[in-house]
Design a binder for this molecule. Sequence first.
Ligand code: SAH
Length: 390
Amino acid sequence: MSSVYLKRKIAPRVANGHPWVFANEVDRIEGEVAGGDIVDVFGHDKKFIGKGYINPKSQILVRILTRSKADTINENWFIEKIRQCWVYRQKIGYTENCRLVFGEADGLPQLIIDKFNDYFVIQTLALGIDVWKPSIVKAIETIFSPKGIYERNDVPVRELEGLPQQKGFLSAPFDTSIIIRENGLQFHVDIENGQKTGYFLDQQDNRRAIQHIVKDADVLGAFTYTGTFEIHAAFYGAKSVLGLDISANAVAQANRNAELNGVHGHCRFETANAFDVLKQWGKDGRQYDVVMLDPPAFTKSRETIQKAITGYKEINLRGMKLVKPGGFLVTSSCTNLVGPELFLEIIEMAAKDARRKIRQVTFQTQAADHPIIWGMENTQYLKFLVVQVQ
Ligand code: SAH
């Protein structure tokens, strides 16, 4: 096995537990390495730090998989590791659906596995984890005897690792249109063509957080995707619910979900660009008791962070203007580039510009099946805020 030695003068990040070794932190590599190989990582003092996978094509040269010298990275290691992920999820209360593996936060860098009851969707986002796909599939088969496993590697970030974008079955083919249960409701999930892995499990607790404020309310939801928040609102006793999304496919799926839960009488969905429509409806003087927003990330890179800030501010300003005095704004942001403090600042700026007073009802993050590791900023990414708007 080849060895990677770190430079003397680098931040103690890696030694302190962060799994990423950047190329510019490496002093030298002893031995031949090919992309995807497992290497030993040592400090400048030759002290063993861990074992990880290497990709000379990536800026993140090595990602650490284990800090234990005795570990051998092989199929059994993956089975044991993924088993531990499941034990942890069960311990914190998950039974059917959960993010089973949340990459770095589970010590399995760049591996995502979503469990939709008996079906599993995986993403291997770096070369060094991609080469272990057969072992990962074996682990899922061994632990769960699943009805199906699907790969949703149709994500651009793979290209940074020299990997193709692709999707397809990793088990015998199955019907990829499935139904899952959440908070006593049911939702169609399109594993093959839905966004990301097909469903946003990270909002599952937050969807429950709207329970009381939507009672007897007229509710508007934008960026609805398959209608999960809106259908929860209808179920929790909203008088009327309208959901908007720019994607006609998402809207069709949302309407199917409303029917599946028997709320289609007063919960409907329309295809629209939320930026245009919310602006127009503000001018028209429309008012709602509750407005819910869950926009996409707006940016993927730190360089264009201003774009995200502008987008979030704009949409929250427009949303707030549509809230009746005393009503509520339910607003989310899913990018780790905008931290919790910055997000609250953006909302405050939006309130100022809208000339509205707000008070915080609750401020939450992603569900606990997406663990947060302190010191690994990108593991905390979701912000979910409810404010009363005066
Ligand atoms: N709230 C959803 C997730 C929303 S993801 C859930 O919990 O499942 C963000 C959604 O915003 C996507 O469905 C995307 O199609 C939609 N979207 C992106 N830009 C939009 C725009 N300008 N107007 C309306 N919807 C938009």
